[in-house]
Design a protein around this ligand. Structure first.
Ligand SMILES: Nc1nc2c(c(=O)[nH]1)N[C@H]1C(S)=C(S)[C@@H](COP(=O)(O)O)O[C@H]1N2
Ligand SMILES: [Mo]
Length: 387
């Protein structure tokens, strides 16, 4: 797929009109013409994915086309008839409501560009592209909840999908709808929306039609699809998807003892990957990638080039050139022009560092080495290349 080319200079000129620029229907490439025109050199560590997802080396567009957005559905894809659909908001509210999809669509509209990432992304070489950057259209959740007059003692909003399955809990069977909770303060954030469109097209069935939750800055597990009910609770909700799956077990060494912690997957980790290597007409190798956070500003992305078979970190890091930030919860592209003259095997790797001091760890760092579950695989990804 070829995207419209735009030079750095044009992009700069368009700066004042940045907002309009972001909402053009055609995806804009943040990659320079040099990249698009050059010769793509494939990385050797790629494994074919068994299902549709982002192919990093085809990354050309800052907005991910709908056809390249991965889908994860733990209970299969339910049939939801939009004409009979109603969203119920109940529990600890003074004014419970039931809203049709037309009533929801007639509310104030809001667009959010946000990167959706499954927290299992990059946990293994066959699951490397469970991520996409999408413009979501819907209505803010906060005003909708406030209209229902929450009681003071409500501390959480629980979101139920239409998909369900019989789950065994303490040896007995219970029919369970897919459900996840957010604290009231997280649920009331301005950028949390209920969406019915992605990239200007109606949400498809697999992505949660007619209505899904969008939680910018959080891993995909919180973005409940086929949303049918929101309940306000005065205690912690402990569904399978809050408290048993999507739970990270991580150790920390303290005074010769390991302290193990179980935490529920929440905000996105500070992370990056080198997506493409392109031999440009000027002979240099352009390494281009993407970096993303939970919304914290990125400080920098650094790159390391290792000769031979070294997949483990060295100590010399080079600053990559970062594209301008375009949206708070969206990934940013970066590149580095490598004067790659010698032939042989190399590893190239990136690490993202945010302004809150979080640095993407190497797989040998304790943060990853003592992580025992596969979610939140935020380790650096050395990419293998043969020149
Ligand atoms: N109702 C429902 N919502 C869901 C899920 C699900 O199984 N059921 N999967 C979650 C997970 S784990 C992820 S990563 C995202 C994926 O969104 P997508 O399928 O649109 O890519 O949806 C989330 N929302
Ligand atoms: Mo996920």
């Amino acid at each position: 797929m070829k995207t419209r080319l735009i030079s750095r200079r044009d992009a700069f000129k368009a700066g004042a009109a940045a907002t309009a620029f972001m909402f053009l229907a055609r995806p804009l490439s943040a990659l320079g013409a040099e990249d698009i025109k050059g010769e793509l050199i494939p990385f050797l560590d790629v494994q074919p994915a068994g299902r549709p997802m982002l192919k990093w080396q085809e990354l050309e567009s800052w907005i991910t086309p709908n056809a390249s957005v991965f889908a994860v559905s733990h209970y299969g894809t339910p049939e939801v008839d939009a004409s009979k659909f109603a969203l119920e908001i109940s529990g600890l509210v003074k004014k419970p409501v039931k809203l049709t999809i037309d009533q929801i669509k007639s509310r104030k509209k809001k667009d959010v560009i946000a990167t959706l990432e499954c927290s299992g992304n990059s946990s293994n070489p066959g699951f490397m592209g469970a991520i996409g950057n999408v413009r979501w259209t819907g209505t803010p959740l906060g005003p909708l909840l406030r209209d229902c007059a929450p009681l003071n003692r409500a501390i959480e909003a629980v979101f139920f999908g239409a998909d369900e399955k019989v789950e065994k809990i303490r040896d007995k069977d219970y029919t369970q709808q897919f459900a996840r909770a957010l604290s009231m303060s997280d649920a009331l954030r301005d950028e949390v929306i209920l969406a019915w469109e992605m990239n200007g097209e109606p949400l498809t069935k697999e992505h949660g039609a007619p209505l899904r939750l969008i939680v910018p800055g959080w891993f995909g597990i919180a973005w409940v699809k086929w949303l049918t009910r929101i309940e306000l609770h005065d205690r912690r909700f402990m569904s399978k998807w809050m408290a048993r799956e999507y739970v990270t077990i991580r150790g920390e060494e303290r005074d010769g003892k390991t302290i193990w912690r179980e935490t529920s997957v929440g905000p996105i980790d500070t992370k990056s990957i080198i997506a493409r290597a392109v031999r440009m007409p000027n002979g240099k190798m352009r390494l281009t990638g993407a970096a993303w956070t939970d919304g914290a500003p990125l400080d920098r992305v650094e790159i390391q080039i290792r000769r031979g078979d070294k997949s483990q970190p060295g100590d010399k890091w080079i600053a990559a050139e970062l594209d301008k930030p375009r949206a708070k919860y969206a990934w940013r592209f970066f590149h580095h022009d490598w004067d790659a003259k010698e032939s042989g095997d190399f590893y190239v790797v990136s690490r993202a560092i945010d302004r809150e001091g979080r640095a993407q760890p190497a797989s040998t760092d304790p943060e990853i080495a003592l992580k025992r579950t596969y979610w939140e695989a935020s380790q650096q990804w050395p990419r293998k290349i043969r020149l």
